[in-house]
Ligand binder design. Structure first.
Ligand code: ADP
Length: 344
């Protein structure tokens, strides 16, 4: 019996608008006794939840007894030892979508830029915020390296516009691209919140947030201060990337940001001569990972050397070759995200 079997069985049960699996805080198997700890969405629901849990799990092999415990549900309590926080909405922004990854180099910034462009091509007003404070790459990817932002008469930062998208990056504020950013703690927090709230974004349907890789201060600061509509997680099908992406998913869940799904980048290579697909990093690994965690795969992006070249030249492939397979794959992801976010 694996944790996945328990979660699968609980996923189909809905209580008070939540899947039972989403309420699970901990699962333990002590001998043949399975103990499940839930956060309790509402007082008085204990018995119903316990009954339905037992019925769902009694058929699992090797289980003699199912014990159910509850901890109080306090969503706005301090997270990870931080002070109390309130999450503010970014004025004028309908959907704030964070793009994260477990580790660097999986194509998170490339995906953020092409996703933003695809959403814009679908007719939405879009912004792209490079929250990768330590390694901003959006200025290069979008061909606006070296540009500087200014403030308007209301003291708001005016984003740079390129390909119809409003862009902001720490790269637009640093004296040179070699300047290291060494902010930590309160200074970083101030800079980040300024990047969201002291900006003249205008009215945006989507603001795509390119997070730094991993699960550090930036993610936590944002989660505590900003209302984020949903997160998407980018991974490649390599085992090393998948090992870390689990941590990223766990972090979003911990800070209660809904994970909209996973984007599989560098999923396969299409041979230009034969048109045949080659699964260079292995096939099916991301599907397996996503199904174990109950996550949706939002799309699979092929490896395309032209994509890397286009990015280096500052013209994202969605712009330079909109009919390419890879651009179509990004468009597919954008449509799925629109579908999910518009239904909410
Ligand atoms: P991250 O933001 O995760 O660190 P980047 O977006 O900077 O990753 O991408 C890392 C490198 O991989 C870049 O050189 C980029 O052009 C390249 N790359 C990303 N996705 C693809 C892809 N699907 N096909 C080919 N090259 C890619």
């Amino acid at each position: 019996m694996a944790v996945k079997d328990v979660m699968d069985a609980l996923r189909d049960i809905h209580i008070d608008n939540s899947k039972l699996s989403d309420l699970v805080k901990d699962i333990k198997l002590i001998g043949r006794v399975l103990e499940i700890v839930y956060r309790l969405p509402k007082k008085g629901m204990e018995e119903d939840i316990a009954d339905r849990t037992r019925r769902a799990l009694e058929s699992l092999p090797d289980i003699e007894d199912v014990r159910v415990r509850f901890v109080e549900d306090v969503p706005s309590q301090p997270v990870m030892g931080q002070p109390m926080f309130t999450r503010r909405r970014v004025p004028g922004v309908k959907h704030l979508i964070a793009v994260g990854s477990g580790k660097g180099g999986v194509g998170k910034s490339t995906v953020s830029a092409n996703l933003a462009l695809s959403l814009s091509k679908l007719g939405y007003s879009v912004g792209l915020l490079d929250a990768d404070m330590y390694g901003p790459s959006i200025p290069t990817l979008m061909g606006v390296k070296g540009e500087r932002v200014h403030v308007d008469e209301n003291n708001k930062i005016v984003p740079i516009e390129k390909y119809g998208i409003k862009l902001l990056s720490i790269g637009f504020l640093l004296p040179s691209e070699d300047t290291p950013v060494i902010w930590r703690g309160p200074m970083l927090m101030k800079a980040l919140t300024q990047f969201l709230f002291d900006v003249n974004w205008g009215d945006l349907d989507y603001l795509v947030l390119d997070l730094p890789p991993g699960t550090g201060d930036v993610q936590l600061t944002l989660a505590q201060n900003v209302h984020i509509g949903g997160a998407v997680v980018v991974t490649t099908p390599q085992d090393v990337a998948l090992a870390d992406v689990k941590k990223a998913v766990a972090m979003f869940k911990e800070v209660q940001i809904p994970v909209l799904g996973v984007i599989e980048n560098m999923a396969y290579f299409i041979c230009p001569d034969s048109g045949k697909k080659y699964y260079i990093f292995g096939k099916g690994k991301v599907v397996e990972f996503a199904s174990a965690y109950g996550l949706k795969i939002l799309g699979s992006i092929p490896i395309d050397p032209e994509l890397a070249q286009a990015s280096d030249e500052g013209v994202p492939i969605t712009e330079s070759a909109p009919d390419s397979e890879v651009a179509k794959a990004f468009m597919g992801v954008a449509k799925v995200i629109v579908d999910i976010t518009q239904r909410r």
